[in-house]
Design a protein around this ligand. Sequence first.
Ligand code: HEC
Ligand code: HEC
Ligand code: HEC
Ligand code: HEC
Length: 198
Amino acid sequence: MKKIVIIIAGIFVLGLVANEAAKSFDYIGSHKCKTCHKSEKKGAQYKKWEAGPHASAFETLKSEKSAKIATDKGLKVPAYEAPECLVCHVTGYGNGGYETQTADFWAEVTDKGKPTKDVKRMTALQSVGCEACHGAASGYKKSHKKDKALALTQGLIEPTEAVCVTCHNEKSPTYDKEKGFNFEERWKAIDHSTPKAE
Ligand code: HEC
Ligand code: HEC
Ligand code: HEC
Ligand code: HEC
């Protein structure tokens, strides 16, 4: 009898683990990371990201260069509305993150006249944000400060080279084939490590 109970309990636990792994998490936006990841002492991740190339990736799609690429490709909509470009220039496109919105959406305000939560979130996803590399954060936002193992089951991703090359590859119209993608070198350009304690 005991054995059967243990086996049933075991199956139940396995089921929970599988369920946790299959769960999908929501993109909450880089602005939600700012309060805790801005001090120099801890590595100023937010400031470094803001000053780096990824924070302006969406704005880049409004440039003349982008307009020319879009025309040459025969796109029917501007680059900043084209799925062909958005997929690598925003956070979580086609995966529950950024979506192209109507003017009515952007005009949504609270009764105090401030942009609604939805508008703020969508604005924050208009870039290659923290979550494009670290994973959608709705699940791990609370746990990751203390318990990395748990956070890894709640959507936190180890940002290895494999994550970078989902965007840094030949499908990018401006990809430099000669140069390729050298992880060590490119990571140096956006390094936001936590300073080692002395
Ligand atoms: C309430 C504070 C808080 C918020 C909000 C927060 N973090 Fe953190 N995060 C921490 C603390 C504390 C650590 C532990 C390391 C440290 O002290 O800097 C950490 C560590 C991390 C790590 C390193 C994990 C590891 O061990 O490899 C990543 C990646 C990270 N945070 C990403 C994010 C992202 C992305 C967001 C926004 C979606 C975010 N954090 C929001 C407090 C926070
Ligand atoms: C979601 C797509 C995406 C992911 C994932 C991504 N990048 Fe980028 N990255 C971009 C885009 C788009 C630009 C161009 C931004 C611009 O010029 O506006 C860029 C630009 C850069 C640049 C500056 C231009 C260059 O080629 O040197 C560096 C450095 C860089 N990324 C490093 C990395 C590293 C390292 C990783 C992985 C840890 C990574 N990126 C992951 C989309 C991505
Ligand atoms: C497969 C991912 C991917 C797609 C799709 C993509 N980009 Fe990019 N884009 C990148 C990355 C990564 C960079 C930075 C490194 C590079 O140039 O490859 C970048 C950089 C750029 C730059 C800056 C280049 C420079 O030299 O300053 C422009 C402009 C640009 N992309 C426009 C577009 C347009 C327009 C589209 C759609 C037609 C598009 N991208 C589609 C990933 C992508
Ligand atoms: C282009 C991809 C990319 C983006 C965007 C990005 N990170 Fe990272 N992040 C990385 C990589 C790669 C590492 C290094 C992982 C390692 O050392 O194993 C890292 C490391 C970290 C660490 C751990 C540092 C340490 O030394 O342990 C924290 C904290 C962190 N990132 C927070 C953030 C926050 C907050 C944002 C947004 C403001 C952000 N990251 C945006 C790729 C990214």
